[in-house]
Design a protein around this ligand. Structure first.
Ligand SMILES: [Zn+2]
Length: 549
């Protein structure tokens, strides 16, 4: 593994050793440093990455960890594909011989994750696939064996039961208001590609998506993916969304009633429907490049069962440079998201090193490109250093609340796995209760790096401070909600996500303590956490049961 010279230099500089002696003060120092302009907002593939990766290696070495990558390396290469669509030469539909041009960003929003010079779809049939869900554990299959090769799949967003009335057969079969993986747009694009589609369009609906069209269109045709072998590339030349109005008109022109089809898509006997005499075309120039980026991996080798791994994760990347805010600040430095999680992991590593080595190994993954779509963690699970079958659990820290001590801890993904029992046991030992996340319809469980592990069957636990209002010792739930509203409304992904004197890390330290306790317990036991019945990920984990003692 060849590292850029600047990474090695930054590692050897190792920046001033932290003078602080308490954990909370050390965490605060680390956050302030990583969120400082020296690290330039920690965007993948930039000088900010080289400095960040170098700094992290220096810290991990100083704590006494071993390199966790292949061949004794501290890093794992995670090359990223970056694509940008240009101005379309052709974009629109032809219905019954009549061509309708669509404006990019107006009627339709598109991007691509194929490294191609042009994204071309030529007169492809459009197939409405309802919610596009194939969920054997729920006896649900929207596809009914229909071949999508060379066609454009048109989806509804969210789960089949999202819009169901009480009393409808589907009501509650996909978690009710709680979003399942099948409701996420990522799943829908992946499923269309598994079935050979050349395009995938999701019908936008603000309620069901959870965000407006402005959010859909905001990346302006830019996208990222991990670099894939040709055989692993998606079949989708374009993927994206159409507005509800555009879809309603398209379906009407093709002699179909979208509102009636929305109802039939809530039935298990729904069958895909090809829109008669309708064709979609796109011919759009694409610029694409590979951005070289890196995950940082470190480990503590287990004393008795070193091949069994308890995995901690946090992402080092943030949003880099952007337009100046009102104070002229250009770097979006992610102090809370997720420099704080990274600092928490370093603290957990210190605690493990202060004790005899646990029975199982502990691995720390500091991921790149979470903000580009969980790509660093996906690059890891696509080429894992430690087999996922014997990865006991993934414990992820991504945004911790900074408003002080809490009487409870927020659980993301209630009902998914037995790790929620571990969370309850150790939270209770701290004198804290467990509160389920406040808006499970947002699908936060599918939106942080732990999810890359869940998709490979590894049981996961996420600590995410914005998942709900904490019951703060000072101010109760109202104060907890005020903090969530302020952070998400003002600072999330903005330059304002910076360290400030108003930060109170007492609650974050409770969460860090809790994640350490859970991991230490797992690392000194022979337990294997289990997915609950009904979880989307249980069947996959069960396939490798024989690999675990
Ligand atoms: Zn994050």
């Amino acid at each position: 593994m060849k590292l850029p010279l600047s990474i090695l230099l930054a590692a050897s500089l190792a920046l001033p050793a932290m003078a602080q002696d308490s954990s909370a003060a050390r965490v605060a120092d680390t956050v302030q440093l990583l969120a400082s302009d020296f690290f330039e907002g920690r965007a993948p593939g930039t000088l900010g990455e080289e400095r960040t990766v170098g700094y992290l290696i220096g810290q991990l070495q100083a704590i006494g960890l071993e390199p966790g990558g292949k061949d004794g390396s501290w890093v794992q290469s995670a090359p990223l594909l970056h694509t940008q669509l240009g101005e379309p030469v052709t974009l629109g539909v032809t219905v019954a011989g009549k061509a309708q041009a669509w404006q990019r960003g107006e009627q339709v929003y598109l991007s691509t994750i194929r490294p191609q010079d042009r994204a071309v779809v030529a007169d492809a049939p459009l197939v409405f696939v309802g919610y596009g869900v194939s969920a054997p554990e729920r006896d649900w299959d929207d596809y009914k064996g229909v071949d999508l090769t060379g066609k454009v799949a048109v989806f509804l967003v969210n789960d089949p039961d999202f819009a169901a009335d009480t009393g409808e057969a589907v009501a509650g079969t996909f978690g009710g208001l709680t979003m399942t993986y099948y409701g996420r747009w990522t799943y829908k694009f992946e499923e269309a590609a598994r079935r050979g589609a050349i395009g995938a369009l999701i019908v936008h609906d603000t309620d069901a998506a959870g965000y407006g069209w402005n959010v859909v269109a905001s990346p302006q045709g830019e996208n990222f993916d991990i670099v894939r072998a040709p055989a692993q590339l998606t079949s989708l030349a374009v993927q994206g969304w159409i507005t509800g109005d555009t879809a309603t008109r398209l379906f009407a022109d093709a002699g179909q009633d979208l509102s009636a089809l929305r109802r039939s898509a809530r039935r298990a006997d729904f069958r895909p429907l090809e829109l008669k005499n309708s064709r979609f075309s796109a011919d759009i120039p694409v610029t694409h490049e590979v951005v070289q980026s890196h995950n940082v991996l470190a480990k503590i080798t287990g004393s008795q069962r070193p091949d069994e791994v308890v995995f901690y994760g946090a992402h080092w990347d943030a949003y880099g440079k952007g337009p100046p805010d009102a104070n002229g600040k250009v770097f979006r430095s992610g102090a809370n998201d997720d420099a704080l999680g990274v600092a928490g992991l370093l603290e957990i590593a210190r605690r493990f090193k202060a004790q005899p080595a646990p029975q199982r190994s502990i691995v720390f993954g500091l991921w790149t490109a979470e903000e580009r779509g969980l790509l660093g963690s996906e690059a890891y699970t696509a080429d894992p250093v430690y087999p996922v079958d014997k990865t006991v659990a993934n414990l992820t820290l991504d945004i911790l609340q900074t408003a002080g001590k809490a009487r409870d801890v927020i659980l993301v993904g209630a009902g998914q796995s037995s790790l929620e029992d571990d969370l309850a046991t150790h939270a209770n030992a701290q004198g804290r209760a467990v509160t389920p996340e406040s808006m499970p319809e947002r699908g936060l469980f599918y939106r942080a790096d732990h999810f890359s592990f869940a998709r490979q069957g590894v049981p996961v636990l996420l600590m995410m401070g914005i998942a709900g209002a904490s019951d703060l010792v000072d101010g109760g739930v109202a104060a907890g909600q005020a903090w969530v509203d302020d952070y998400t409304g003002r600072c999330y992904h903005q330059p304002c996500d910076a360290y400030g004197p108003e930060w109170n890390l007492d609650g974050a330290m409770q969460d860090i303590d809790l994640m350490f306790d859970i991991g230490r317990d797992l690392a000194n036991s022979s337990r294997w956490p289990q997915w609950r019945d009904g979880s989307e990920f249980k069947a996959l984990r069960d396939l490798s049961a024989a690999a675990r003692p």
